[in-house]
Design a binder for this molecule. Structure first.
Ligand code: AMP
Length: 261
C-alpha cells in the first residue's frame, strides 16, 4: 500500500513546534521501522525529576550568571544546594531553562545528546526534539559523518499556534514512562497511565505563557534549523491536526508523506 516509502531506515528526525503532535507520529515510525525513540525533552525531564526529588526549594536563578551566560562553578552550586550529586546538579541547570520555556544552551544539549546517541551506537533511533537549532544540526551532521551513521529523513509535524495552545494546556504525561495523554482526545482512564498505573501529571512547562515562549523559540531557532537540514536531508511534512484522529489515519498520513520523499 505504501510501496514507495523507504523499506529500512537507520535514524530519522521528527521535528515541529513543541506540542504539534509529534508523539503519535513517532509511535508509527518506531513500529514501522523497528526504531527506538531518543527524546532530549524526556531526558531533561528525568534529570528535572532527580532535582525535584532532592527537594531544594531555594531560588535557582542565583546560580546563573546573566552577564557571561554561564552557570557558576559546579562546586559553588554544590555548596549552595548541599549536594554534589551530578544528576541533581544537571537537573538544576536543565530546570532553569525548561521552566522558562527556553531552549537549554547548545553546548549542554549537544554533549548530553551525544552520550545518549552513543549508548545506542548511533543507529536505530527516532530523534525527537533534537536538533532544535542550527548549531545542534551542524553538531549532529558532523557526528553522523564521524560515526558512519545516517539520517534518512526528517518528518516535520505541522500545526498552528492556536491548535497547539488548545492541545498543550490539556496535555498530561505519565511521570514514569513519559506516555502522553490528552484530556479530550486520549483521556487516561481514572487519571492513570495505562502502562504504569501511576497518576498522570501536567508538565510544569505546559502553561500558556511557557508554551508561547517555546513557540517563539521555534520561530527564531528551529525554523532556520529545518532550512539548514533540508540542504542535506529530505524533509516530509505531515499535519499535526487531523479532523478524524484515529491510529489508522495517523499511520496513513505519515506513510503517505514518506512515499513522496
Ligand atoms: P520537549 O518535551 O521536546 O517539548 O522539551 C521540553 C523542554 O526541554 C524544551 O522546552 C527545552 O527547554 C528542553 N529541550 C528539549 N530538547 C532540547 C533541545 N534539543 N535543545 C534545547 N532545549 C531542549
Amino acid at each position: 500500500m505504501f510501496e514507495n516509502a523507504p523499506d529500512e531506515v537507520d535514524n530519522v528526525i521528527v521535528t515541529g513546534k513543541s506540542g504539534a503532535g509529534k508523539q503519535p507520529r513517532i509511535d508509527v515510525l518506531v513500529e514501522e521501522y523497528d526504531l527506538e525513540q531518543l527524546s532530549t525533552g524526556n531526558i531533561f525531564r528525568s534529570y528535572l525529576g532527580s532535582f525535584g526529588e532532592y527537594g531544594y526549594d531555594g531560588d535557582i536563578s542565583q546560580f546563573w550568571n546573566e552577564e557571561n551566560e554561564r552557570f557558576v562553578s559546579d562546586e559553588e552550586i554544590a555548596e549552595g544546594i548541599g549536594t554534589d550529586d551530578e544528576e541533581v546538579l544537571f537537573g538544576l541547570k536543565a530546570k532553569y531553562f525548561v521552566d522558562r520555556g527556553k531552549f537549554v544552551p547548545d553546548r549542554i544539549t549537544n554533549e548530553l545528546f551525544k552520550s545518549y546517541f552513543g549508548k545506542k551506537d548511533y543507529h536505530g533511533q527516532v530523534l525527537d526534539g533534537y536538533p532544535r537549532t542550527v548549531e545542534q544540526a551542524e553538531f549532529l551532521l558532523d557526528l553522523i559523518e564521524e560515526k558512519k551513521s545516517k539520517i534518512d529523513f526528517v518528518l516535520w509535524v505541522r500545526n498552528t499556534d492556536e491548535k497547539i495552545i488548545e492541545r498543550t494546556t490539556k496535555r498530561r504525561i505519565c511521570p514514569k514512562c513519559g506516555k502522553v495523554y490528552h484530556l479530550k482526545y486520549d483521556p487516561p482512564k481514572n487519571g492513570k497511565c495505562e502502562e504504569c498505573g501511576v497518576e498522570v501529571i501536567q508538565r510544569s512547562d505546559d502553561t500558556e505563557e511557557k508554551i508561547r515562549s517555546r513557540l517563539q523559540e521555534f520561530k527564531d531557532k528551529t525554523r532556520p534549523m529545518i532550512e539548514k537540514l533540508e540542504e542535506d536531508i529530505p524533509v516530509a511534512e505531515v499535519p499535526g491536526h487531523l479532523e478524524e484522529f484515529t491510529p489508522e489515519n495517523v499511520r496513513k498520513s505519515v506513510m503517505e508523506a514518506l512515499t513522496e520523499l
